[in-house]
Each structure stands twice: as C-alpha cells, then as structure tokens.
Design a protein around this ligand. Structure first.
Ligand code: ZN
Length: 216
C-alpha cells in the first residue's frame, strides 16, 4: 500500500517527532502517516536510534553523574514510540486516529461547513488544530491561504490542487505562501486529516462567511 505514497514527511518533522517535541496535532499527523508508510517509518526508527546513540556518547564523554545519566535514559525511553503498521486493511482510519475518533469513519461526528464539505475537530492541545475533512467527490475546498503551516494527509479518495495529485497516505505540506484549492477526485468522496498551527484565512468573500464555522 505504501509503495504508492509519493508525498512524505520531512526530516525536520521526523526528528522533532522522535524527540517528542511536536504539538499534539502534529504528533497525530506524523503517527498516522507512519502507520501507513514503511519508508517514513524506517527513517523515523533510524532517527530514534541515532538520537539514542548521540545521547549515550555524550553520557560517556561527559562522564555524567549517575543521576544525569538516568535522567537522560528516562528521556530517551519517553520518546514517541514508532507506530506499528496498520493491520486492518479495510479500516479507513489508521489506529492513531481511531483512538481520537473512538472508531472508524462511521463514528466520526461531522459538522457541515458549507458546500457539502464537512469537518470534525479532534481534541488536541491548542498550539495546533487537527481536524478530519470530508470533501464530496468532485467538490472543492474554498480557496484559502494560512498564516502558518498546514499539513493535509489523504485517508480516503484523492484530491488535486495547484501543486499535485494526492492519494491515500500522501501528505501535502503548505506554508503561508501557498494559496491552494484542493478538489476531490470525481470517483470517490475524499477524507483527509488536516493539521494547522494557525487559523486559516480565506481569500474569497463567500468562503470567509464560513470561517466562524470552521473554528480554526
Ligand atoms: Zn512517508
């Protein structure tokens, strides 16, 4: 399945994840991608191994006291565990997301945000927002830009925007310079996980009316 993934996580994100430095919403994004992507999971494991080795080397050369060494080893062991691959091939939501939703797609409590698009905000700490997005087959998400980073990962169906075509497991990382309008493929309704670290600002008048409902 993951052989078809074209758009992956960056080294920065994987390192921050391995170090346990990400806001909860981004942590969830990385964990969800890793559960679908052998390529990124292998990279994440290598970062975790390198991080542990660096700390061990430092401990030896600095001749740290036993307390400091114990504290360091405790930190390493607290590092984010690398998620196991998704077992149930039939599930739309990978395990890390199922924990937030309390089930699979049928358990998502959608709220309409206009033009057939629906979303479900997931409960995370408030430095960043995680939400599931439902885009009807062939429909578009309002043209928007954002003040911070926006990451979108496809869970079902696929979408295209000005950048490329994105299918299950693909992650689009958009910074504030990208104004884009994702359009779902006509063949299937598209479900995505979207994570943002600042509120989106919509660039057209009509969608702006929907922003209060999006609560992001
Ligand atoms: Zn990947």
């Amino acid at each position: 399945m993951s052989k078809s993934i074209k758009h992956h996580l960056t080294d920065d994100l994987l390192m921050a994840y391995a170090a346990g430095n990400l806001p909860e919403a981004f942590d969830l994004m990385v964990a969800t991608h890793l559960s679908l992507c052998d390529h990124c999971r292998a990279r994440a494991e290598s970062f975790e191994a390198v991080g542990g080795q660096v700390l061990e080397d430092q401990a030896q050369t600095a001749q740290m006291g036993s307390d400091a060494l114990a504290a360091t080893m405790a930190l390493i062991s607290q590092g984010a565990p690398t998620p196991k691959p998704a077992h149930k091939k039939c599930a739309v939501l990978p395990a890390p997301l199922q924990d937030y939703v309390g089930g699979d797609v049928n358990d998502i409590r959608w709220r309409p945000v206009g033009m057939g698009v629906k979303q479900a905000i997931l409960p995370t700490t408030n430095e960043a927002t995680a939400r599931l997005l439902f885009i009807p087959a062939g429909a578009a998400v309002p043209d928007h830009s954002h003040r911070g980073i926006e990451m979108t990962m496809v869970l079902q169906g696929a979408f295209s925007d000005e950048v490329d075509h994105f299918a299950r497991g693909d992650v689009e990382i958009a910074d504030q310079d990208l104004e884009h309008m994702p359009v779902a493929d006509i063949s299937e309704d598209c479900i995505c996980l979207a994570v943002t670290d600042a509120p989106l600002k919509f660039t057209k008048l009509m969608p702006r009316l929907f922003q209060p409902f999006l609560r992001i």
